[in-house]
Design a protein around this ligand. Structure first.
Ligand code: SAM
Length: 260
């Protein structure tokens, strides 16, 4: 079977790494687990050793026969695009303390992370292999060039840790980039935001032009009067750039905007 680049098919070939990845999920026999993109099953084989209930989503129907023969009676196989799957109905079946393990196809990273953000309350532990640069973005602090809206949005709901560096040589075909395995745990004290939609809009605006100040990014959207009011109400330094603001600054700013 030819690996398809468009489906991010770079298969892990080193079993000891699969063992390390699955160990990070701290699986218990009663656990319900999701895997995204089982591929040829290197992680799947390791996961089912723990006698968990596994549901695996694979988009590539060429793998249907192979995966069904190998795991049909041990794994709930769903041959569907995870981005188009009815997450809510699967989540209702599988409960609210789900674990997720995946060597994710890199081209779906952003929409997948957005779904994991949206449905964070259903997950208790997530172990994801992502592109090294994505791991850097997710753990970046204010002022760092990797700090981005995604860092802040996911950071509101998960504590994220880089756990394992994996060289690109550990995959076949060999991809262009190296990978990092990250562990995502639901955040204990999630901050309250009065208007999450406005919060996300604010992030987009503040990072629209990274080199511009907060004032210069806000002005074209809010106009001079509202921007000045917001600066006064929040008492934040609007000469700073969006990438220099911490999570609490963005929360304060969006709460003040909601109050305007
Ligand atoms: N888990 C295997 C491993 O570690 O070797 C395969 C990982 S490979 C990087 C990504 C897998 O995700 C492929 O099997 C690919 O067909 C599958 N995939 C790609 N896009 C997908 C999607 N939207 N929904 C479900 N699976 C997808």
């Amino acid at each position: 079977m030819q690996a398809l680049k468009a489906l991010g098919q770079n298969f892990l070939i080193e079993e000891s790494i699969a063992e390390e990845i699955v160990a990070l999920a701290e699986l218990q026999p009663s656990d319900k687990v999701w895997e995204i993109g089982p591929g040829k099953g290197i992680l799947t084989t390791e996961i089912i050793k723990y006698n968990v209930q596994l549901r695996a989503f694979e988009i590539d129907k060429r793998l249907q026969k192979y995966l069904s023969q190998r795991y049909g009676n041990k794994v709930l196989l769903e041959f569907t695009d995870i981005l188009k799957a009815d997450w809510f109905s699967y989540l209702q079946k599988d409960g609210s303390s789900l674990k997720l393990i995946a060597n994710i196809p890199y081209q779906i990273t952003s929409p997948l992370l957005s779904l994991l953000e949206k449905y964070s309350s259903f997950f208790s532990r997530l172990v994801l292999m992502v592109q090294k640069e994505v791991a850097e973005r997710l753990s970046a602090k204010p002022g760092n060039k990797h700090y981005a809206p995604l860092t802040i949005r996911l950071g509101l709901v998960y504590d994220i840790f880089s756990k394992l560096q994996v060289s690109r040589e550990m995959f076949y075909p060999v991809p262009k980039v190296n990978s990092t395995v990250i562990l995502m745990l639901p955040r204990a004290n999630k901050p309250l935001i009065s208007n999450p939609e406005l919060f996300n809009k604010l992030l987009k605006i503040a990072f629209a032009h990274r080199r511009k100040t907060l004032a210069n990014n806000l002005l074209p959207v809010l106009g001079a009067e509202k921007t000045a009011k917001l600066a006064e109400l929040s008492q934040l330094n609007f000469k700073k750039r969006g990438e220099e603001l911490a999570e609490e600054d963005f929360i304060l700013l969006s709460d003040c905007w909601a109050a305007l």
